[in-house]
Design a protein around this ligand. Sequence first.
Ligand code: UT7
Length: 329
Amino acid sequence: MRAIITGVGHFVPTRKLTNKDLEQMVDTNDEWIVSRTGIKERRILGKDKGTSYMAVRAAKKVLKQTNTAADELDLIIVATSTPDMLVPPTAAFVQSKLNAAKCWGFDINAACAGFVYALATASKFIETGKHKKVMVIGVDKMSSILDYEDRNTCLLFGDGGGAVLLEPSDEDDLGVEDFIFHIDGSGIKYLNMPAGGSLMPASHETVDKKKHYIYQAGKKIFKYAVTEMADISLKIMKKNKLKNKDVKLLIPHQANRRIIDAVSKKIGLSNDQVVINIEKYGNTTAGTIPIAMSEAYQKRMMSKGDWIIISTFGAGFTSGSLLLKWAIE
Ligand code: UT7
């Protein structure tokens, strides 16, 4: 039994935060942001709404697209670093708002790699025959953990997410083929949100010292991301005897346009083999890959039988490459 993606959809909030807007908030400018990151604007969810708001909207699109009733779902996995609450899992909010009456669910926190890890996890539940319909969602409300006075971080990230439905297929050469994942805790100090967890619970002091916001050492992450994303993608291609011309699309994590370009070059892919939408949304963390996949599907960039490589990296450091054969006509 193989796990295939039978539907894909995404949701981003309507409110845009442009580079011009950011010029009014921190010492930066449109030219710098576009040339260093490729980002022109990002989406921001209303303050009164949580991550599950976007997750539910993306999931509903997938249910409609695949003609699936919510109570047919066996499992919901939500990949996010910005849960509605630390307890309970965001999957509980999604289950209840979808009225998915017969399923179980949980969250995965693997930062930007979360969606890809969730996809691999879900594929195993399908392959065993244990489950028939699994909703996998990657979504983040990054605006909830950003300091809009810190130009090192606030211009890079945005809010949004996407979802896929995984189902079993008897065609044994379609769907999730392989994955290679890494975690390397030497990266903890380069990208983290220090407070709010068990190590540094919230206090007046943590709030005063701005410890509930994302901190990053941009240059260090940049180098790691380029090397790791390229190496791991080349490794999965070699392992599966694929040449660069055999790859229909690379769907990379969208963190910086220059990272994506460097990775594509190292793998030897042309522009039309790479999905890029960072200019519109910035880095939506666990949201980037399902959003990019959904837009690529809408634009008919892939057909049944095409090889797709998904490549990601994020805080941890976490990283990974997943190879799949597209299954939708
Ligand atoms: O999912 C993982 C999430 N994180 C990432 O992927 C981050 C990866 N890293 C990056 O994307 C890049 O390192 C950044 C976009 C964060 C920064 O780009 P950079 O090319 O590494 O810039 P830099 O920090 O080396 O700064 C270059 C110059 C400096 O000026 P001088 O010293 O050359 O005169 C900075 O002061 O740009 C200046 N600068 C800025 N100028 C305007 C730094 N930040 C800004 C800014 N606006 N926001």
